[in-house]
Structure formats: structure tokens, C-alpha cells
Design a protein around this ligand. Structure first.
Ligand code: ADP
Length: 167
């Protein structure tokens, strides 16, 4: 099989965690090109702007050939077709993820005929979610094993700014 395979890895990445990075590192071994696609969702309550999230990811993938990052708006399947992506990549942590991801993958295949490939995270990141990271960071907890140092720094800056604004 000589076909060039391009995958997109869509998500909120608010912020990116070691769990996401684990999926990226495993993913690029399966595909020729992997685009981390940061969704600009108007509905979700976001801590970092899409630009900040992209910037944080750019710093982390600098040394990873074939891995790119950009933000996108609207339907994931439309973005996938615009990028001529063959595959959507998603990460799985637990059986709870499977239920939701299964529905999403089936819907995307039904509406756009695109396949989703799942990668299971390393056990040590099985409980890591951006939501919990935001909560723990807001309370000043130690997250050094779960997120890259550069992301930790951004979170500290973000929360110290929020703190001074609320004071
Ligand atoms: P979304 O809001 O679309 O779920 P996320 O940024 O939370 O976006 O997640 C993007 C993808 O990464 C999803 O497939 C999610 O299941 C996966 N993911 C999130 N955290 C982890 C983790 N710790 N390990 C593996 N995959 C993860």
C-alpha cells in the first residue's frame, strides 16, 4: 500500500495534555501526515483562545516530522474534506469514551463516508482530561506528570491573571 494517508486529530485541546500527545506520537507512526485540528467551538466554555491553544501545540510538535496544527470552525467532516483527509483520529481512555466516540464515528461515517481510527492512550494517562486539568490548575495542584512543562506555565499565568482580576 503506497497511498499517502493524511489524518486529522480534532478536539478542543483546552489545553493539550500528555494524553493527547501520546495519541499524536502513536498516530504519526500510522499515518504520513497528522493535522491536530483545534476546534473553534462557540458553545464550549473555553479557558484558552484557539490561537493560544494552537501556539501551545506548535511549541510541542516542533520536532515531530509530519505533524501539523491549525484551528478550524464548523463541522469536523467538512474540515476533513477540505484538508483531503483520509481518516479522523481520536483517542480512547475508557469504556465511557467508547460510547460517545462510537456514536460520533458512526455519524461521521454516515454523513461523510469518512473512517475514524482510535488509539488507546497509555495507562498512565487514562484518567487525564483537559476539564480536570483546568480544575486542578485553578486550585494550584501539581500537574507535572500529566501536562508538558510549557502548558503548566501557561496555566499558571492564566490563573494568576484571573486571580488578580477577581481580587
Ligand atoms: P473533544 O472536546 O472533541 O472531546 P478533547 O480535546 O477533549 O476534545 O479530546 C480530543 C480527543 O482526544 C478525543 O478523542 C478524546 O477522547 C481524546 N483524549 C482526551 N484526553 C485523552 C487522554 N488522556 N488520552 C487519550 N486520548 C485522550
Amino acid at each position: 500500500m503506497d497511498k499517502f494517508v493524511r489524518a486529522i486529530f480534532p478536539g478542543s485541546f483546552d489545553p493539550i495534555t500528555n494524553g493527547h500527545l501520546d495519541v499524536v506520537k502513536r498516530g504519526i507512526q500510522l499515518f504520513d501526515e497528522l493535522i491536530i485540528a483545534v476546534g473553534r467551538s462557540p458553545i464550549k466554555n473555553q479557558l484558552f483562545t484557539p490561537e493560544q491553544r494552537v501556539e501551545m501545540i506548535e511549541e510541542l510538535i516542533g520536532e515531530m516530522p509530519g505533524v501539523f496544527v491549525e484551528s478550524f470552525e464548523g463541522l469536523t467532516v467538512e474540515y476533513a474534506s477540505q484538508k483531503k483527509a483520509d481518516v479522523i483520529l481520536r483517542g480512547l481512555r475508557s469504556l465511557t469514551d467508547v460510547q460517545y466516540e462510537f456514536q460520533l464515528a458512526m455519524t461521521n461515517r454516515a454523513v461523510a463516508g469518512i473512517e475514524t481510527v482510535f488509539i488507546m492512550t497509555s495507562e498512565q494517562y487514562g484518567f487525564t482530561s483537559s476539564t480536570l486539568i483546568r480544575e486542578v490548575a485553578s486550585l494550584g495542584g501539581d500537574l507535572s506528570n500529566l501536562i508538558p512543562a510549557s502548558v503548566h506555565k501557561r496555566l499558571e499565568q492564566r490563573f494568576s491573571r484571573l486571580g488578580s482580576r477577581n481580587a
